[in-house]
Design a protein around this ligand. Structure first.
Ligand code: RIB
Length: 306
């Protein structure tokens, strides 16, 4: 089977997750039922999703010289993932995310502090050049410093790599960056932030996708939660329905989708097939608790497909 190399350049943070019967509103204290600490960060979750789905992935991230940083190294070693490109910052601590999950609906709220992975230097980015040379696909998110994102995108673009940008967390981006991206993968909130509009349904997604194509992005994939995934290329568009599963924790579902999506692209599938595969990986991830630890293995994905 074709298996092109994938580089995920992004965040690692430690997730500190609490579950409760409902999420607190501002000023409210809610007594929770469970707490877990574990590996997280959108970049890292996506790399783990690729690895477990059978992809050939190298994670590039940066952690502090601290206990949370060792969580990353231990986790990757345990998973059998490459740790050659885990930079260590002596001054800034590893990032963290405070996550609250509503145990009735599986919905979540996240406050992420990127910490060390927000401090990539130009020299560190440049030192990944041979890794990027060997890869076909470079996947990024928005949890690391923007100057590093731009430097990676410029390097990968100049080398003709397929650049997939998961524009999470939500923020506006300059057209100069978007025009070098092959595929953007926002969710509805992130698509709204990119296009200055509200995205709630297929019609909105279609409008947002067209705006993004006009900004120079080559293809657009908007994840719409239970409404599926909207894919638009210059030639055609399609709404791929969501898979029905019982969700216990939706945290990291977008990461699972992105990981599955690029794994399928690296196997030679087209963007629509890759989105179908990503949909399955995303659906399976919400049936388990946690983020990186909830990413499904290839045998689980294959059994679900059958
Ligand atoms: O997408 C989920 C992730 O977002 C969590 O793992 C948390 O770390 C935040 O970065």
């Amino acid at each position: 089977m074709q298996k092109d190399k994938i580089v995920v350049f992004g965040s690692f943070v430690v997730d500190l997750t609490s579950w409760a019967g409902h999420l607190p509103v501002a000023g409210e204290t809610v007594k929770g039922s469970m707490f877990k600490m574990g590996p997280g960060g959108k970049g890292s979750n996506q790399a783990v999703a690729v690895h477990r789905a059978g992809g050939d992935v190298t994670m590039v991230t940066k952690v502090g010289d601290d206990v949370f940083g060792r969580v990353a190294l231990d986790f990757y070693k345990n998973e059998g993932m490459n740790t050659d490109y885990i930079f260590i910052d002596k001054k800034t601590g590893t990032g963290s995310a405070l996550i609250m999950v509503d145990e009735n609906t599986g919905q979540n709220q996240i406050l992420v502090v990127s910490g060390a992975c927000d401090t990539f230097t130009p020299e560190e980015v440049d030192s990944t050049e041979s890794l990027i040379d060997a890869a076909k696909i470079v996947l990024l998110q928005l949890e690391i410093n923007m100057d590093a994102i731009e430097r990676v995108v410029n390097m990968a673009h100049a080398k003709g790599k397929t650049i997939v940008l998961n524009t999470a967390p939500a923020q506006k981006l300059p057209d100069s960056l978007l025009s070098k991206v092959d595929i953007v993968t926002p969710n509805e909130i992130e698509a709204g932030a990119l296009c200055d509009m509200t995205v709630e349904n297929e019609q909105d997604a279609r409008k947002a996708a067209q705006i993004l194509l006009d900004k120079g992005v080559r293809n657009v994939v908007i994840t719409l939660g239970k409404n599926g995934v909207f894919v638009m290329t210059p030639e055609k568009h399609e709404l791929i329905p969501a898979k029905k599963v019982k969700a216990v924790d939706t945290t990291g579902a977008g990461d699972a989708f992105n990981g599955g999506f690029v794994t399928a692209l690296a196997e030679g599938k087209d963007i629509f097939e890759a989105a179908r595969f990503g949909n399955i990986v995303g659906a399976l991830s919400v049936t388990k608790i946690g983020t990186a630890p909830a990413m499904p293995y290839r045998d689980e994905i294959d059994s679900f497909v059958q």
